[in-house]
Design a protein around this ligand. Structure first.
Ligand SMILES: Cc1cc2nc3c(=O)[nH]c(=O)nc-3n(C[C@H](O)[C@H](O)[C@H](O)COP(=O)(O)O)c2cc1C
Length: 211
């Protein structure tokens, strides 16, 4: 199959959305936890979390604002300056997925989707108790992407919480050990299986791949 730009553009909105949402490959599955000034808690699934740098330790995510629908996660982040990012694992994938439903601001997705809010170390946003790798994030900036009116929200990791057995002495995290899942498109979840860890690639340690 070979699709050109015009083939893609001539698809129905839903077919195009399903297709193009999946072409980047497996994306990380994370829940973003926030709270507003009036103390209503919010939880929503996001697949666009991306590493931006290690020093400082910063992550970004893409927010797709919609004129018609309020985005509670973003409103809360702007109000409090804090949020949490929580990995989704196989036993909470269904609960995590349904946090994407459009609930009222006063309704807690934690409650509706059977997940437990957890406050730690006086941090100003709720973590997901059931999650096995979680980060407390401080909001830094919003970077507009004008071509499609999306925003990259950038934040710094202030807390990183994971089980001892999931990290080795070099800092490598074993996603298998904590059962983290990946997402394709907007509704398909994949189990991850660790395949191999290769050494840092240098021209000096190149295996002989030449034919
Ligand atoms: C698998 C999946 C991944 C999603 N990833 C994103 C994302 O990266 N960015 C985004 O803006 N919305 C994403 N959404 C949609 C949000 O989860 C959804 O709009 C949610 O209602 C936002 O909640 P809020 O209004 O409480 O912030 C995703 C939905 C699903 C099902």
């Amino acid at each position: 199959m070979h699709l050109t730009k015009s083939d893609i553009e001539s698809k129905s909105k839903v077919d195009r959305l399903n297709l193009i949402n999946a072409v980047s490959g497996v994306k990380p599955a994370n829940l973003i936890g926030t709270i507003c000034e009036n103390k209503y808690q919010n939880l929503a699934i996001f697949s666009s979390i991306v590493h931006l740098g290690s020093h400082p330790a910063i992550l970004g995510f893409i927010l797709r604002p919609n004129q018609a629908v309020r985005r509670h996660t973003y409103e809360n982040i702007l109000e409090t300056g804090y949020y949490t990012i929580n990995h989704v694992h196989t036993s909470i994938a269904a609960q995590a997925h349904f946090t994407s439903a459009k609930f009222e601001k006063e309704t807690s997705e934690f409650e509706k989707c059977g997940l437990t809010p957890e406050f730690i170390a006086d941090f100003g946003a709720p973590f997901v108790k059931e999650s096995r790798l979680k980060m407390g994030m401080k909001y830094l900036e919003s970077v507009p992407i004008s071509i499609n009116n999306t925003i990259m929200v950038v934040g710094e990791i202030e807390h990183l919480i994971l089980p001892e057995h999931a990290m080795d002495e070099n800092g490598y995290i074993d996603l298998n050990a904590i059962d983290s899942v990946g997402i394709s498109g907007l509704n398909t979840y994949y189990k991850l299986e660790k395949m191999e860890t290769f050494p840092y690639a240098r021209t000096g340690n190149l295996p002989n791949f030449e034919r």
